[in-house]
Design a protein around this ligand. Sequence first.
Ligand code: HEC
Ligand code: HEC
Length: 382
Amino acid sequence: MTVRRVAIFAVLVAAGACDESPGFTERELKILSNYTNLGKQSEASLVAGLDGAVELGQALYFDCNLSAPLPADSDLGLAGDTGTISCNTCHDLEQGGADARLGAPTSLGVGGFVGVNVPTVYNSGWRETWGWTAKHTSLRSQISVPLEMAPHALTRAEVAAYIEANYSDEYLALGLPFDGSNCEDSVGEDCVFSNVAEILEAYVRTLRSEDSRFDRHMNPKNRDVLTDEEIRGAKLFIGRASCNECHNGPTFSDDRHHNIGVSQIGGTWNEGVVITEGEHKMELGHFPTPTLRNVGKTAPYMHNGLTDGLWDVVDFYRFGGHDTGYPGTKSDLIQPLNLSEEDVDDIVAFLKSLDEIPDIDEETGRDLKLPPEIYDDTRTCR
Ligand code: HEC
Ligand code: HEC
């Protein structure tokens, strides 16, 4: 080998070594910089900004007496037991905002099991549609559903009476009447019920998580937060594995819906987002892209709680998803990926770097994860 060739060889070896060094390229940093900083929400609760609205919403969120007595024996207790369910039971803020009670793919409410896996409430203020069927185009509409349905199993009149008996000072202080005369499209207890959904919405919209280790690494002053493994995972996420075709932007969701080939087991829940044209059901088996923030804490995964492990989720993508019960509706973006087991480990490590349970709300200095002070012990869960 001539001296010149040796020199070129040395340069190539150095360049190869450089490829393995895990820092992000300028191009990667540019892409990833769009995935941090949630910014402003496009809507607000009608009571947002009123003194005391968020505190009252927080109290209601943790109040287990805001639920009906159990109609039958279940894992929650015996028939007739009260105080068994709050929003926080299923959307546990210490556990990523989803159901921490392990053991079942979906979640148990007063009226029995709900048909789908619980999504996180963190950052739900930044979504455009809510629920696995994307049926709700307003957050307050999504929030009112569990109160009336299986989760809390109350009637609107019971909700209104409970607020009047237990939170009347806090409610009236917001300038809201109990005769339900302030609503445009409803009256009486229906209007009080919708006010309660607005109050809960004011609180839910404050639940933001955007200071994960990934976010801190994205601050140019701070490029040493992520480990080599996490950085390799992030590179794959926006590179060879193209996860960011759908999981993009600061919530890691495009707010659209896709059929990624989660096995469908029949039943209306599994139809997902159904768009009908005339008599014809379109897009069967499509589900909204979930956020990936706090995904390290929100097992099980997928609308039907398919699996408990993040490794299994990435492995599912590695083999191009499953067959779907709805032929012809699976996304072309889901194809077998050329990933080694080490690559899967790296992507999982990156996903976990998105976890962050906020401690203190920066604007108010309060810990939003705990029942607030207007709450008394009688309302804690059994
Ligand atoms: C028994 C468990 C349970 C309880 C209790 C419960 N939820 Fe949920 N929540 C769910 C499930 C399941 C979904 C998904 C529903 C769907 O797909 O339509 C959901 C969806 C949501 C969403 C939409 C998240 C998204 O990304 O689409 C929000 C917000 C929410 N719940 C807030 C609340 C609030 C506020 C309360 C208390 C009034 C509450 N939930 C009580 C199980 C529960
Ligand atoms: C074609 C769009 C698309 C692509 C590409 C995609 N996802 Fe998803 N992802 C989705 C949808 C839609 C769901 C929910 C599907 C369901 O529940 O049926 C989902 C669910 C998930 C979940 C479960 C989240 C939860 O809370 O249940 C994780 C984790 C995830 N994806 C990670 C990834 C990773 C990692 C990649 C790249 C290897 C990837 N996704 C590629 C659309 C996509």
